[in-house]
Design a protein around this ligand. Structure first.
Ligand code: ZN
Length: 268
């Protein structure tokens, strides 16, 4: 838990974790290097937390990400070492959530958005995502169509619960959503400022603390050069302003400050 000033509390709500190929997660980085940070199992998989965050900000309850959900067949559960994932709506007071932020619509970030009939898992919430991300999800591009499942977002769009954003926005006072290309075209990072301190959720722009080296781009990233540029930009600001940082899938590091010593980025 992280307290920013008197009126803002940030709590990690990890909706379980899955295990995915370490080589895919770390792209062109050799295993001899990434395995020091993320130990693989016998099938070369590394742990990826479904890192969601509950923000209590000026009396509002805001959920960042909804994890991978529970709609997985047996083969997928075995492939991902995901026997019985918890349901995000059971980990928080679902009725109290005012806003759900989907940094993007990949299944492992929006999988807990809806219940089985497509109704909202958070009955009193409005959901937000970038309009460009929804458009991309609907394109069903062969490269990443497998990451998008319509049941996670289309019912919310149809019922008017999903609010579509166009670019950077101050969602509520103290909470900024910033589009940062890299992982994909329209993913957002979340920046909260309160009590003179700042917290940033990098989501999949930086999935693991080990990816603080900006060139350690994930094999999933659609725009690796932009990922490097945007990571460098945001990390420079994070160091300069002493931000607390969180990562999309790191199973160990929850909140960390960052430093740059002799050109090397790392958590303090
Ligand atoms: Zn993603």
């Amino acid at each position: 838990m992280l307290q920013l000033g008197g009126n803002c509390r940030i709590t990690l709500v990890r909706a379980g974790s899955y295990w995915w190929d370490g080589g895919a997660m770390f792209g062109v980085v050799p295993k001899t290097m990434w395995s020091k940070h993320a130990p693989p199992d016998e099938l070369n998989r590394i742990e990826a937390g479904f890192n969601c965050f509950l923000l209590e900000l000026d009396g509002q309850h805001i959920l960042v990400e909804t994890g991978g959900g529970v709609r997985h067949d047996e083969r997928a559960r075995e492939r991902m070492r995901l026997p019985h994932p918890p349901y995000i709506r059971d980990l928080v007071d679902a009725g109290s959530i005012d806003i759900v932020i989907n940094t993007h619509l990949h299944w492992d970030h929006a999988g807990g958005n809806t219940v089985d009939d497509g109704g909202p898992a958070f009955p009193n919430a409005r959901y937000v995502v970038q309009r460009g991300e929804l458009q991309h999800a609907r394109e069903q591009h062969p490269r990443d169509a497998v990451s998008y499942r319509a049941i996670n977002y289309e019912p919310l769009v149809e019922s008017g619960r999903m609010h579509l954003l166009d670019g950077d926005v101050d969602l509520v006072p103290g909470l900024q959503l910033r589009v940062m290309q890299g992982h994909n075209r329209d993913m957002m990072i979340v920046i909260v400022r309160a009590g003179g301190e700042t917290w940033c959720h990098f989501a999949d722009l930086i999935q693991y603390a080990a990816q603080l080296t900006p060139t350690w781009v994930s094999g999933f990233d659609l725009y690796p050069l932009e990922a490097i540029a945007n990571r460098t930009e945001i990390l420079t600001q994070a160091v300069r302003e002493g931000w607390w940082c969180s990562f999309g899938h790191d199973p160990v590091v929850t909140f960390a400050q960052v430093e740059n010593k002799e050109g090397k980025w790392r958590t303090i």
